[in-house]
Design a protein around this ligand. Structure first.
Ligand code: FE
Length: 407
C-alpha cells in the first residue's frame, strides 16, 4: 500500500477496538500493540500494525521516538463560549454560599448570560478559541460546544453562529449543541419563552444546521420534566438528537425522560440513585459524567463505578464552563474520573474516546482503526497509562487531527 504518511517508533498503540458504545465490563477491553506504526492517506488511517510488518511505501515518515500513541480524545460536554467571568461567585461560594443561592439571587449563570449578550461575535469566537486550544493541547480532537447563555432566541442563535465561526477556524472537529439552559424567572415569561423556543428557535436551528442536538437543563431551579418533554418532541420532529443535563442536584425525572425519548446521553448524574442507574444500564443512552463539577463545587461525584458495574456505557467530559467546571483539560477530566468516580484506567480511556464519540452520535471518532479519521495523540511517555495518571502537567506531546499535526 502507498501512504501519505507513516508514523513509526510507537512504543504502544492504544485504542478501543471496534465501534462503540462499550457497556459495562467491555469498557476495560483495549487493543494495545507494541512497536507499532500507523499509515495515513488522505487524513484517514489506512493501516495500523507492528512496525516490522509494514510493507508499503510512505511519502513521509514521522518518528514517534519510542512514545505511546493513543486515539484522540472526544470531549462530549463543554460550554466553551462565554464572556465575563465568575470569579466573584467562586469567592462567594468558597466563603459559604451555595450554588443555588447564588443562582436564586440572580448571580451565577445569569451574570454569564448578561456578559455573553453584551459581547460581540468576534469577541465570543476569540474567547472560545483560546479555550478550545487548551482542550486540543490536552488531547481533545473532537469537542462538543453548547449554546445556552442566551436569554432570547436571538441570543442563542448568536451563540450558535459563534460556534459555527469557531468551527471554521479550529483544527478540532466541533460538534454544536443548542442548550436550553435557564428559564426566565417570571412564570408568564417562562411559558412565552418556551413557545418561542419551540416555534422559532428549534426550527431555525434545524433549518440552518446550527446544531446536531438539543440539550435541556432539567432541574428543580431550571426546566421541569413536562416542559422538557414538549421541547424534545419538537426537536425530534426537526431531526435533532436530544440530550439532558439531568440529576445534577436533584433527581426529578430527567434521566427517566431521556431514556424514554431515546436521548444520546444523560449528563451529570451526581444525584442519581439505584433506580436511575438500573434504567441507564438497560438502555442505549450514554451516561456522561463530569468530574470537574464535583471537584470545583464540592458536590457528590456521579456514580461512575456503579454505572459501569450495572452495565452502562459511561463517557467523561470536562463540562468546561465558568461557573461550575473551569477545567481546561480533557485528559485531566479523565484523570479525575479515576480518582472521583472510581473508573479504572482502561475505563477512563474508553469513556474519553469511543463512548464520548457515541454520546455525540459519532461512529468514526475516538478509535484508531483503518477507515477512521486519523485523530491521535503522541504522549510524552512510552506508557499510555500516563495519560490518566499525570495531574498538573500535560501528558500529551503532539496532537494530530485528520492526519495533520495540529499542535
Ligand atoms: Fe454542562
Amino acid at each position: 500500500m502507498k501512504a501519505d504518511l507513516l508514523i513509526k517508533g510507537i512504543s504502544q498503540l492504544v485504542t478501543a477496538e471496534g465501534a462503540g458504545p462499550k457497556h459495562g465490563r467491555t469498557m476495560r477491553e483495549l487493543k494495545i500493540m507494541e512497536q507499532a506504526a500507523i499509515a495515513i492517506s488522505g487524513g484517514v488511517i489506512g493501516w495500523t500494525g507492528r512496525e516490522s510488518e509494514w510493507e508499503g511505501e510512505a511519502e513521509a515518515i514521522v518518528e514517534a521516538g519510542g512514545r505511546a500513541v493513543v486515539s484522540g480524545l472526544v470531549d462530549p460536554h463543554t460550554h466553551a463560549v462565554w464572556a465575563g467571568d465568575r470569579l466573584a461567585d467562586f469567592e462567594a461560594r468558597t466563603s459559604g454560599s451555595i450554588y443555588e443561592e447564588i443562582l436564586a439571587a440572580g448571580g451565577g449563570i445569569r451574570s454569564t448570560i448578561r456578559a455573553t449578550a453584551a459581547a460581540s461575535r468576534d469577541d465570543l469566537v476569540a474567547l472560545a478559541r483560546s479555550r478550545i486550544d487548551c482542550l486540543i493541547a490536552s488531547g481533545a480532537t473532537t469537542i462538543e460546544v453548547k449554546s445556552g447563555y442566551g436569554f432570547t432566541p436571538e441570543a442563542e442563535l448568536a451563540m450558535l453562529e459563534a460556534i459555527q465561526a469557531l468551527s471554521a477556524v479550529s483544527p478540532a472537529r466541533i460538534v454544536p449543541t443548542l442548550l436550553i439552559h435557564i428559564p426566565p424567572a417570571i412564570a408568564t415569561e417562562r411559558s412565552s419563552y418556551m413557545s418561542q423556543v419551540g416555534e422559532e428557535l428549534i426550527p431555525e436551528v434545524a433549518r440552518r444546521q446550527l446544531a446536531t442536538a438539543v440539550d435541556i437543563f432539567v432541574e428543580k431551579e431550571a426546566w421541569q420534566v413536562a416542559e422538557a418533554e414538549t421541547l424534545f418532541h419538537l426537536a425530534k420532529q426537526h431531526g435533532l438528537a436530544i440530550k439532558l443535563h439531568s440529576d445534577q442536584f436533584h433527581r426529578i425525572g430527567g434521566v427517566e425522560l431521556g431514556i424514554r425519548l431515546g436521548a444520546l446521553s444523560v449528563d451529570h448524574l451526581e444525584a442519581s440513585g439505584p433506580e436511575q442507574i438500573a434504567k441507564i444500564a438497560a438502555s442505549s443512552t450514554i451516561a456522561t459524567i463530569l468530574p470537574g463539577v464535583s471537584l470545583h463545587l464540592g458536590i457528590p461525584s456521579a456514580p461512575g463505578r456503579k454505572l459501569i458495574d450495572a452495565g452502562a456505557a459511561v463517557a467523561v467530559g470536562t463540562d468546561l464552563n465558568p461557573g461550575s467546571s473551569p477545567v481546561f483539560s480533557t485528559s485531566t477530566a479523565l484523570a479525575l474520573s479515576v480518582r472521583l468516580n472510581g473508573l479504572t484506567v482502561e475505563e477512563a480511556f474508553v469513556a474519553g474516546t469511543v463512548n464520548a464519540a457515541c454520546a455525540l452520535g459519532l461512529k468514526d471518532a475516538g478509535r484508531l482503526e483503518a477507515g477512521c479519521t486519523a485523530d491521535f495523540l503522541v504522549l510524552q511517555s512510552s506508557d499510555w497509562r500516563d495519560l490518566v495518571y499525570t495531574l498538573g502537567a500535560n501528558p500529551v506531546r503532539d496532537v494530530w487531527i485528520g492526519g495533520k499535526k495540529a499542535r
